[in-house]
Design a protein around this ligand. Structure first.
Ligand code: 6PG
Length: 232
């Protein structure tokens, strides 16, 4: 794993700047490998980024969509990460439907996790997009999760915030991606960003600090970067 790269954008340009960086990485993936296996982040930060990404001139026919995590709700539920991605990206970019690999939030989490572990068999993830909570969780891997280091494949998890029941890619799956791109904005995240990126071993043991992909890129807005001593 190389040293995490950090890019800081002002709040006004954050969505456009991060969408441009993600588009560039996707485009490079496809030109180098003929395909881009892209796993989407959930939460409230991605939608404006995904909307802009859906308008980018990208080789969508070579892009496969995965999900880093999902809430245990039906895909039509407003809390569904799939629904958020569909509304902001999947229904607007020409991605072949058979290349969209949804986590089955409507199933029992253990069943959905088993099924997604099979979906991931033989898949080499190129890019995982990730958010980070104020507690340092990422995807739906939470700090007090006893299995967070040993889990393999996709696993069920429980969030302290509702919706409680989740399915998530494990840290081992996330860390095998070539690129992990954190999309983190807002001053409420600043203390945890500083802990993960500059806080030594304590920060590196938070789930967001345990993603050990080949390339780790943090795309921050000025609020989220506010406590960094030396934002690159
Ligand atoms: C989810 C996400 C979760 C999210 C962080 C940040 O399903 O909610 O996977 O990890 O990325 O909690 O969420 P915000 O973008 O809403 O701050």
């Amino acid at each position: 794993m190389s040293t995490p790269q950090i890019l800081v954008f002002d709040d006004k340009s954050y969505a456009a700047s991060t969408a441009a960086v993600v588009a560039q990485v996707i485009s490079e993936c496809v030109s180098q490998r003929g395909v881009c296996n892209l796993a989407l982040a959930g939460g409230s930060t991605p939608p404006p980024i995904y909307k802009l990404l859906s308008r980018a001139d990208l080789p969508w026919a070579q892009v496969h969509i995965y999900f880093t995590d999902e809430r245990a709700v039906p895909p039509t539920d407003l809390a569904s990460n799939y629904r958020m991605a569909a509304d902001s990206l999947l229904e607007h970019a020409p991605i072949p439907p058979e290349q969209i690999h949804r986590m089955m939030g409507e199933s029992r989490p253990a069943d959905a996790a088993r099924r997604y572990t099979q979906t991931l068999q033989g898949v080499s993830l190129d890019v995982v997009l990730l958010g980070m909570g104020r507690d340092g969780h990422t995807a739906s891997v939470f700090p007090d999760d006893p299995d967070k280091l040993s889990a393999r494949g996709a696993v069920p998890s429980r969030s302290p915030e509702p919706p409680t029941e989740r399915i998530t890619m494990s840290l081992s799956v996330l860390s095998r991606a070539r690129y992990a791109i954190f999309l983190v904005r807002g001053s409420s995240k600043a203390r945890c960003v500083q802990q993960v990126l500059e806080g030594g071993v304590v920060g590196r043991l938070l789930p967001a600090g345990l993603v050990r992909s080949d390339e780790v890129l943090w795309l921050l807005d000025t609020g989220a970067a506010a406590h960094l001593r030396n934002p690159r």
